[in-house]
Design a protein around this ligand. Structure first.
Ligand code: MG
Length: 202
């Protein structure tokens, strides 16, 4: 399986990063070794600026290529929640030099994924609220209605370039409020108020 991550899909996050609002979805990959579904996350030794980015996740349910927007809803049944962990200090250096940023984004355990996913019939996909708590304080609040590109548009765009396979995950971008974690922190993610993951930084 592969993990596809969408960048800058919320204009308020693009602004906080001093980045341009994209005219088409931009995406990058994390390998399957990035997948993390445990409770205790060990802070990697190569960064001093590990950032959380909470994101809604689409789980692909059917193989598809060149999927049209109008058919995209047939390719997923469930939505989950996760964190696109980012070594921001390394990412900044890579960006400055115009280098690929896999070291900053694709390292082991950098893709936190909730153990449970919610059937899409139970959700209003056009207005889906989600949030991240850091030590019981809300630090990020997002809503799918604020995405620059919808779930269906993301699937159509990505599948122009690469075949989507059953079990692939698409991280759909983070809203504003990204920030640092330190050892001892606890992160809890919720969709519609329902807790989907809780991890401790060790
Ligand atoms: Mg992200």
């Amino acid at each position: 399986m592969k993990i596809i991550c969408i960048g800058r899909n919320y204009s308020d996050h693009a602004k906080e990063m001093n980045a341009e609002i994209p005219s088409e979805p931009l995406f990058f990959l994390k390998p399957d070794t990035a997948l993390f579904k445990e409770k205790n996350f060990y802070y990697p030794d190569f960064t001093n600026e590990l950032n959380y980015e909470v994101e809604l996740i689409i789980k692909i349910a059917k193989v598809g290529k060149h999927i049209e927007v109008k058919h995209a809803a047939n390719y997923y049944n469930e939505i989950g929640l996760g964190i696109d962990f980012t070594a921001r200090d390394i990412q900044k250096k890579c960006k400055e030099k115009g280098l690929p940023w896999e070291k900053a984004k694709a390292f082991d355990h950098s893709a936190v994924v909730s153990n449970s996913f919610i059937p899409k019939e139970k959700l209003d996909l056009n207005a889906l609220p989600f949030s991240l708590n850091l030590n019981d304080q809300i630090v990020q609040e997002g809503n799918s209605k604020d995405m620059l590109f919808s779930f269906d548009e993301l699937i159509a765009h990505v599948s122009k370039y690469m075949t989507l396979k059953t079990g692939d995950l698409i991280f759909t971008g983070t809203p504003k409020g990204v920030g640092k974690v330190v050892i001892g922190d606890r992160l809890q993610g919720r969709i519609n108020g329902q807790e989907l993951f809780s991890i401790s930084i060790k």
